[in-house]
Design a protein around this ligand. Structure first.
Ligand code: T6T
Length: 322
């Protein structure tokens, strides 16, 4: 098993509750209480729920108030509306996962100009110089690791495809680039390109079905996030091609883990959302307290397969509720 984490992961139990749609935790603090907002990429995504839980736990330990908000879809225009209302509530700091590296630039520049400390968590923007800190996974490395996993299962090579989300998302773009760069170094593999499923599992299922009918000899697919992975797995299962097509998905939501268990997915690349959240929160506090701030923090990932899912892989599964 490959272990890339540079830190010890926060250990989570697998939550049973359903997805959150929109959550707000902690009200306004009294005078002197620091107020922090966390703006998720999208509500109900177990990656951001896991991050939320860690931020709220850390904040509670420090007596800080946290307000968590997320748009109902992974969409910069919806996220901008959420951000605007958060900025209007004048928190001391905002932790945010920008859903588009260009579209979220101006709204975040404007928020920083109002004196709010901004920490970018998970994703970034084209010019993050306004941010006091940014914390993200090794996304390029994770994409390369996905190719390694596919290659191990297909030593003779073949056609491979990336199922991504939307162009312009820093995280998934970097994962796709890391994968493509790794494929380019191996002439036994043919890269069929990147498809964009708009964070919609049904669209990912539709796209993979069409891709498999165009190229029935595809041997591997890398799905760059939780929803792309879930939908791609569904499409491969519906085509009954799970024995031929090796699927490696980014993230480790509970539904993805079930698909790993049933053999539709062969490997998951789990991030450390709790570490990203806690580190981001701590850097915001450093900025507010006038302490030294770490500008860039890179967190790790762990490859989960059926072999380690019930042992040391279990602690990497994301939470459904705090
Ligand atoms: O993969 C994560 C996150 O890192 C990415 O930026 C968007 O998608 C997820 O939230 C998973 O759905």
């Amino acid at each position: 098993m490959t272990k890339k984490s540079r830190r010890v992961a926060t250990i989570f139990a697998l939550g049973a509750a359903g997805a959150l749609v929109l959550s707000a935790c902690s009200g306004a603090g009294g005078s002197g209480t620091k107020e922090v907002a966390f703006v998720q990429g999208v509500a109900g995504d177990e990656f951001y729920i896991s991050m939320q839980c860690a931020i709220e736990q850390e904040a509670a330990a420090q007596g800080v108030s946290v307000n968590t908000q997320g748009p109902t879809q992974f969409d910069p225009s919806l996220q901008k509306t959420v951000l605007d209302s958060v900025v209007a509530s004048r928190p001391d700091a905002i932790l945010i996962a920008p859903t588009d590296s260009a579209a979220m630039q101006a709204p975040l520049d404007a928020a920083a100009r109002q004196g709010i400390e901004i920490v970018l968590v998970d994703a970034t923007v084209d010019d993050p110089s306004f941010a006091v800190s940014q914390v993200a996974s090794d996304n390029i490395g994770g994409g390369a690791e996905a190719f390694d996993a596919i290659k191990q299962m297909n030593p003779d090579g073949g056609k491979v495809l990336v199922m991504s989300v939307d162009p312009g998302i820093s995280t998934t773009d970097a994962r796709a680039a890391g994968f493509e760069q790794a494929v380019a170094q191996d002439p036994a593999f043919e890269f069929l390109g990147v498809q964009y499923s708009h964070n919609d599992p049904a669209e990912a299922a539709r796209l993979i079905t069409a891709a498999l009918s165009r190229d029935p000899d595809i041997v591997g697919v890398f799905a760059t996030n939780l929803f792309a992975s879930e939908g791609t797995a569904t499409g491969i299962r519906q085509a009954n091609m799970q024995d031929q097509v090796k699927l490696v998905g980014f993230d480790a939501g509970p539904a993805q883990v079930n698909q790993l268990r049933d053999g539709t997915v062969q490997a998951l690349i789990a991030q450390e959302p709790a570490v990203i959240g806690k580190d981001g929160f701590d850097q915001a506090m450093n900025a507010l307290d006038g302490n030294p701030v770490t500008r860039d923090i890179q967190t790790g990932f762990q490859v989960i397969t059926a072999d380690n899912l019930d042992t040391d892989g279990a602690q990497w599964v994301y939470r459904s509720a705090c």
